[in-house]
Design a protein around this ligand. Structure first.
Ligand SMILES: Nc1ncnc2c1ncn2[C@@H]1O[C@H](COP(=O)(O)OP(=O)(O)OP(=O)(O)O)[C@@H](O)[C@H]1O
Length: 264
């Protein structure tokens, strides 16, 4: 479904600031896979997400979704194929627009022809249904400006907007890291529900080791621009946090240096 083949990415090549962000990365993702991604600071996790979403180009290698190279996709197709939620709750929504206007934007992004924009009642009904799935009462606040929502509410809306039109792949880039523990738990639960119900192929970067083990059916570990371990479901199910950290140390030769690490 998604193929990352021999991908490398360098920043500032040939200068004293040269950084290898990704080195010969290979990853095959099957439809329906939910993969958690952990790694040290600067391991290349966000770069991998940026390359998959097509906002960056690999220096070497290819990234294909169902055989089509991501870089070749027109912007409107990319945004239909790829849903993304960032760490910053401000990143995925427009603060001065209302919830309804934000959802309209997300809906239009995924459709060449839509509900027919005269059909306001049908559109509202759809939005209200989708919002009520979140279970936090946003369906009763459709005319509220998004800038007035809490970080958790905004992130829930971002998640809904990113998945509104069933993307081929959902990229979650530490999307719970900026939230307090209760809100982070809410967004994690919503993520699990949406991914399961919509059968979304998902890649989720997290600093929470317990979450990385518990969620999804695969776990990949990154260090210094390389994917150093790919743990399948049957191994992941019995893994403990200390075994995971031990495995990282054994393969990389050093401790997992992640300044935002949460053990569980
Ligand atoms: N735009 C850029 N210009 C220069 N160097 C960059 C740029 N983006 C990333 N890098 C470097 O590339 C490497 C990989 O960065 P990346 O952000 O992908 O890592 P990460 O695993 O997401 O890190 P973290 O967990 O600390 O957010 C790092 O050394 C980083 O400093």
């Amino acid at each position: 479904m998604l193929d990352v083949t021999n991908v490398s990415k360098l920043f500032n090549p040939g200068t004293p600031d040269e950084k290898i962000a990704l080195m010969n990365a290979n990853l095959q993702i099957e439809a329906g896979d939910f993969i958690t991604v952990i790694g040290s600071n600067g391991a290349g996790k966000s770069t991998l997400m940026n390359l998959i979403s097509g906002v960056m180009k690999p220096d070497i290698g290819q990234i294909r979704i169902d055989g089509t190279e991501v870089q070749g996709l027109a912007e409107y197709k990319r945004s239909r194929w790829i849903g993304r939620v960032f760490q910053d709750p401000m990143a995925g929504t427009a603060p001065r627009m209302t919830i309804e206007e934000n959802l309209t934007m997300a809906y239009k992004r995924g459709q060449s022809r839509g509900l027919g924009w005269g059909a306001t009642a049908a559109k509202r009904k759809l939005f209200r249904e989708q919002l009520s799935r979140l279970g936090i009462g946003l369906e009763n606040r459709m005319s509220a400006r998004v800038g007035l929502l809490s970080g958790g509410e905004r992130q829930a809306l971002s998640l809904l907007m990113a998945t509104f039109t069933k993307p081929q792949i959902l990229l979650l880039d530490e999307h719970t890291a900026a939230l307090d523990p209760a809100r982070a738990e809410l967004i994690t639960r919503l993520t699990e529900e949406i991914v399961r119900d919509m059968k979304l192929t998902t890649l989720m970067v997290t600093h929470n080791m317990e979450q990385a083990i518990r969620l999804g059916n695969r776990l990949i570990m990154m260090d210094k621009g390389r994917i150093i371990l790919d743990v399948p479901a049957e191994r992941k199910i019995n893994l403990t946090v200390s075994q995971l950290l031990g495995e990282f140390e054994r393969i990389s030769g050093h401790q997992l240096s992640d300044d935002r690490i949460v053990l569980g």
